[in-house]
Design a protein around this ligand. Structure first.
Ligand code: KG4
Ligand code: ZN
Length: 332
C-alpha cells in the first residue's frame, strides 16, 4: 500500500510517498526558514501564502521521484491540526482536491501523532507499549502509546514548548533563528554549569520552560551579552547551561514515566529530538531501548504523515469531504 502524505501545518511545505507505513519512496520538504528568518520567527500569513505557492510543485516532485501515478496510491493523508489555520487549509484543500479527482480515500492526520510515526521510518520497528516524547516548536508532550491509535497524553507543557524556549533564548543571546540548532552549536563551544532553574512540577508529568527561559534572559542581561560584541564565549556558556537544564528535565521526566509504565521502549519525536545532547542523555539514562528518528525526519515532513496515514487506513479511519482544519487539535 502506497500513501501520499501532505504536510503544511507550520513553515514546511512537504509531501512524500511511503509504502507499507515504513518505507520512504520519496520525501520532499521545502522549508520557509530563510523567508521567516528576517522576522525572527514565523509570520502566519507569510507562511500560508508560501504554502499556496509551493504545495503543488512539492506534491508533483514527490510523485515524480516515486514514479507514482494515481493508480499506484491507496490514499491521501494530510495534516489537519494542530498548526496555523491558514497553513493547514492549503494542505487540506489540496489533499481534498486530489482525493476527489483521483477517487482515493482521504485521511486527516494529527500532526503530533504523525511526529511519533517518524520512528516507523527507521530500521527497527517500535514495540508497544511505549513512551513517546514529542518536543517541537509548538509542543512538548509526553505520551503513553499502547498500540496504533491508543494514545494517552500523560503530560504537556504548561507554558512555552521546549523548541519555543530554544528559539527565544537564542534570540536573546543573539545566536539567530531557528534557535535549536543555533543553541546546540554554540553549546559545543561553551561550558555548562551556570545556575539556572529547573521546573520539576513534582507529581505531574507536565513541563514548564518559561521560568528557565526568563532566568536565561536575565543571566544574559547581567553578563552584558546583548550589548557587548565580544560576549561570544559568555553566550556559549549560557547556551550550554540552558540546553543542559532543558535536556535534564526532559530526560528525567521521560525516563521516570518509562519506568512507571514499564514500557518496552522510549521514542523521541519533533524538531527538538534532533538535539544530540537530548538524544545522548535519554539513551544513557533509559532502562529500556530508545528509538531516535533520523534527525532529518525529526522536523516536519510528509513521510511521517504518510506513515501515520497507513495505520489509520488499516484501522478504517477515513475522513469525509467535510474534513476541517483544527488549529488547536490535541492528542487523545
Ligand atoms: O517539529 P518542528 O520542525 O516544527 C514544529 O512542529 O514546531 O520543530 C521545530 C523546532 C524549533 O523550535 C527548532 O528550534 C527546534 O525544533 N529544533 C531544535 C533542534 N533542531 C530543531 N531544538 C534543539 N536542538 C536542535 N538540534
Ligand atoms: Zn512539527
Amino acid at each position: 500500500m502506497r500513501i501520499l502524505g501532505i504536510e503544511t501545518s507550520c513553515d514546511e511545505t512537504a509531501a512524500a510517498v511511503v509504502e507499507g507505513g515504513t518505507r520512504i519512496i520519496s520525501n520532499v520538504v521545502s522549508s520557509q526558514v530563510e523567508i521567516h528568518r528576517r522576522y525572527g520567527g514565523i509570520v502566519p500569513e507569510v507562511a500560508s501564502r508560501q504554502h499556496m505557492l509551493s504545495a503543488i510543485p512539492i506534491v508533483e516532485q514527490a510523485l515524480a521521484e516515486a514514479s507514482a501515478r494515481r493508480t499506484d496510491l491507496s490514499a491521501i493523508a494530510v495534516t489537519n491540526g494542530p498548526g496555523l489555520a491558514g497553513s493547514l487549509m492549503v494542505g487540506v484543500n489540496l489533499a481534498k482536491a486530489l482525493a476527489f479527482s483521483w477517487e482515493l480515500p482521504l485521511i486527516g492526520i494529527n500532526h503530533l501523532e504523525a511526529h511519533i510515526y517518524s520512528n516507523w521510518l527507521a530500521r527497527e520497528t517500535p514495540r508497544f507499549p511505549l513512551i513517546a516524547l514529542i518536543v517541537s516548536g509548538g509542543h512538548t508532550e509526553l505520551v503513553l502509546m499502547k498500540d496504533h491509535g491508543e494514545l494517552l497524553r500523560l503530560g504537556r507543557t504548561r507554558d512555552d514548548a521546549a523548541g519555543e524556549a530554544f528559539d527565544k533564548v537564542s534570540r536573546v543571546l543573539g545566536l539567530g533563528y531557528p534557535g535549536g540548532p543555533a543553541i546546540e552549536s554554540a553549546s559545543r563551544l561553551g561550558t555548562p554549569g551556570r545556575r539556572l532553574p529547573r521546573a520539576w512540577l513534582k507529581g505531574s508529568d507536565d513541563f514548564s520552560f518559561s521560568g528557565l527561559k526568563t532566568a536565561a534572559a536575565r543571566l544574559a542581561e547581567e553578563l552584558g551579552i546583548s550589548s557587548s560584541p565580544d560576549s561570544g564565549s559568555l553566550a556559549a556558556d549560557v547556551a550550554a547551561s540552558f540546553q543542559e537544564a532543558v535536556v535534564d528535565v526532559l530526560a528525567t521526566k521521560t525516563v521516570a514515566a518509562a519506568r512507571r509504565y514499564k514500557v518496552e521502549q522510549i521514542l523521541l519525536a519533533g524538531g527538538v529530538a534532533a538535539n544530540t545532547s537530548l538524544r545522548e542523555t535519554i539513551a544513557s539514562r533509559s532502562p529500556v531501548g530508545v528509538l531516535l528518528p533520523d534527525p532529518a525526519l525529526c522536523t516536519d515532513n510528509g513521510a511521517m504523515v504518510a506513515s501515520c496515514g497507513h495505520f489509520h487506513l488499516l484501522a478504517g479511519k477515513v475522513a469525509n469531504w467535510d474534513l476541517d482544519v483544527i488549529p488547536g487539535m490535541g492528542l487523545s
